[in-house]
Design a protein around this ligand. Structure first.
Ligand code: SF4
Ligand code: SF4
Length: 219
């Protein structure tokens, strides 16, 4: 590894090592484990399909000024709160730098240090509270403003957002301890075996790594 790569990857996370090191990886192709702009665009497109109807609906309802409250909450949640309770545990967060380079919250600030251990139960509860506030905020305004078509489109967009995210992202995401994550334990263990800093933190939290792996189950 070059000095520059070591500097950018202080926790020696495989997702930030040279791609040539992926050649002998037993789980290559199973995970969204390397930054890919296409994955980021997919996430942004999904998000907009729910956000745009809600945004238009709030404006047409006459509650446009209340968007400031939503945006303020978004700054707090995506800038500080979610980043600490969710993202600071993610391998994408481990890269050196002041902003996130990942497939969802790209560009968010990194005020916290990297936490290689799994997300705790209180953090998971906070995450669901935060998601509920952020997703639910516009709906009372759409109902009060009788914008039922846009309400339907926003609910549909939100359902599609979460369903698609679960099926195509959470099933391959490297933030394995997120409560929405759906990666099989065998794959998680293989990733941990390639990442000693994470493995140590996970084992100290009680996780047991099994080194047996049957690729034919997954390929
Ligand atoms: S798990 Fe790590 S080593 Fe394997 S393909 Fe992904 S980034 Fe490469
Ligand atoms: S948890 Fe998701 S949003 Fe946060 S750093 Fe990891 S990939 Fe990005």
């Amino acid at each position: 590894m070059t000095k520059q790569e070591q500097t950018n990857n202080p926790h020696d996370i495989c997702s930030w090592r040279p791609v040539s090191e992926c050649q002998d990886c037993a789980i290559a192709g199973c995970l969204k484990c390397r930054y890919n702009p296409g994955d980021l665009l997919h996430f942004i497109g999904l998000f907009l399909s729910a956000f745009i109807p809600a945004l238009i609906g709030m404006i047409l309802s006459g509650y446009g000024w209340y968007l400031l409250g939503w945006f303020g909450l978004a700054v707090i949640f995506f800038g500080f709160w979610e980043i600490r309770i969710l993202c600071s545990h993610c391998p994408y967060y481990a890269k050196k730098g002041t902003t996130l380079h990942c497939i969802a919250n790209y560009g968010c600030p990194k005020f916290w240090e990297y936490h290689p251990e799994p997300i705790s139960t209180p953090e998971k509860i906070q995450l669901f509270i935060g998601f509920t506030i952020m997703c639910g905020y516009p709906f009372p305004f759409l109902i009060l403003g009788k914008q039922f078509i846009l309400l339907f489109l926003a609910v549909w967009g939100l359902l599609m957002f979460w369903w698609t995210l679960q099926k195509y992202t959470c099933s391959q995401c490297v933030n394995f301890s997120c409560p929405l994550n759906r990666v099989a334990k065998e794959i998680v263990d293989q990733y941990l075996m390639r990442n000693p800093v994470m493995r140590k933190a996970w084992e100290e939290s009680g996780w047991e790594v099994s080194e047996s792996f049957s690729p034919e189950i997954f390929f």
